[in-house]
Ligand binder design. Structure first.
Ligand code: AMP
Ligand code: MG
Length: 410
């Protein structure tokens, strides 16, 4: 029997072969979640001009020293316009939030501290204003020439807004890997029609495509391939031509009809690594490159294919997308087992599907989401975390455990 490979060692082999993709210029609207490959410096100020933070009156602060006081209103400035006049001594201008501070004025009196007089021709100011009150200076947020975001920044909605504010249309990022997803197996059927004896519906493809999309990569649906060497070879060759990485599911465990193995071995020039990883579920796993494209041979059992994706494909694909090393894997935290987790010693790390919840004591508490066999997808769907249960006989209720956070918690 093949020796078991430790999880970390298997991950390392995969990571070594998945280098970051070449940067591209990407439209801001497409760049959410992408990682910058340039130091972004601003050519502009944000805000571009001094403007008011309040609706009110632009005044000369010195004129209000003896407030309450009355000033002559010389005009109105709305956001989007600029004053064609100067605010002179004893004068004020009505002004709306975001409008430029007119020449002559050096402070804003908020509207709540004023009373309109004379049908709007004069205004009474109730309290003195200080120089700069409610004025947002030009360049307060970003100054011209300032380094705004370093290369390696993961772009969130706020980053995209800042880039838009400084006039950028595109940003230099690592592209999202295009990830092909191929289901393999004679028993698999797509769609909702009746099943013939022995057939099952293909669930891995929709799940893996969703994991790919949900992780910020670009999913490519490669359909179902029967257990047939020439079909598999054709489908995988075609896949590596149009994708940055390929995920297959099925046909990698011992005792299969060996067609996936034959096809991947032949196409990879014999460099495919067939591993038995020391984890449960998701022990069988194949990895290699074909024409330089990483190919992940995930196991067919639905839970195993998901766990294998989480352990190997997601971190590797994040690395291809340029994510920093510290955030390639899902967060791991300490949690409290709210029930006993029993297991037997088998040389493997068990990844137990759990429901995790932050509780009033500030700690993450976990309970099994149900039966753990690798074909039982529903208990994986219900889980939002995996407890990493080391080899041995398990832990008692109340023990501290290591928890890998999945979507919904991370
Ligand atoms: P295999 O790794 O091909 O031996 O498959 C292991 C188990 O997973 C078998 O019970 C398969 O029928 C099942 N399986 C394989 N591929 C899929 C799939 N795409 N969707 C659902 N179940 C699958
Ligand atoms: Mg199969």
């Amino acid at each position: 029997m093949t020796a078991l490979v430790a999880l970390d060692a298997a991950v390392e082999r995969v990571m070594a072969a998945c280098r970051p993709l070449e940067p591209v210029g990407m439209a801001l609207a497409d760049a959410l979640g992408c990682v910058t490959a340039e130091d972004v410096t601003s050519g502009e100020s944000i805000p571009p001009f001094a403007n008011t933070a309040m609706d009110g009156y632009a005044v000369r602060a010195a004129d209000t020293a003896g407030a309450p006081t009355e000033l002559e209103v010389v005009g109105t400035i709305a956001a989007g316009s600029a004053a064609s006049f100067v605010v002179g001594p004893g004068q004020a201008a009505r002004i709306m939030t975001g409008a430029p501070i007119p020449d002559g004025a050096d402070a804003i009196v908020m509207v709540e501290r004023t009373t309109v007089l004379d049908g709007g021709r004069r205004v009474s100011v109730s309290t003195p204003a200080g120089v700069g009150d409610h004025v947002r200076p030009a360049g307060e947020d970003v100054a011209p020439g300032q380094l705004v975001f370093e290369a390696g920044t993961v772009l969130g909605p706020g980053h995209l807004g800042v880039l838009a504010s400084i006039g950028r249309q595109t940003v230099c990022v690592r592209p999202r890997p295009r990830v092909g997803v191929l289901s393999t197996g004679d028993e698999l059927v797509a769609g909702g029609g009746p099943l013939l004896p022995g057939q099952i519906r293909d669930s891995n493809r929709i799940t893996l495509l969703a994991l790919v999309a949900g992780s910020g990569f670009e999913p490519v649906d490669l359909g179902i391939c029967p257990d047939d060497e020439s079909h598999l070879s054709g489908a995988i060759s075609h896949a590596v031509e149009r994708c940055d990485a390929v995920l297959t599911s099925g046909g990698v465990s011992v005792g299969d009809f060996d067609f996936v193995k034959v096809a991947l071995d032949r196409l990879s020039g014999g460099t495919m690594q067939w591993m038995q990883v020391a984890i449960k579920p998701a022990k069988p796993f194949a990895f290699g490159t074909i024409e330089g494209v990483p190919v992940f041979g995930l196991p067919g059992n639905p839970v195993s294919s998901m766990v294998s994706f989480e352990c190997f494909a997601r971190p590797a694909l994040r690395q291809m997308m340029g994510h920093p090393e510290s955030s390639l894997s899902r967060p791991r935290v300490r949690g409290i087992a709210d029930e006993e987790f029993r297991r037997g010693a088998d040389g493997k790390l068990h990844l137990v599907r759990v429901l995790a919840r932050w509780q009033g004591d500030g700690r993450l508490h976990v309970r099994s989401s149900g039966p753990q066999a690798s074909n039982l997808l529903r208990t994986m769907a219900l889980a939002n975390a995996l407890v990493l249960l080391p080899d041995g006989d398990g832990v008692k209720s109340g023990a501290e455990v290591e928890v890998l956070l999945l979507d919904g918690l991370s």
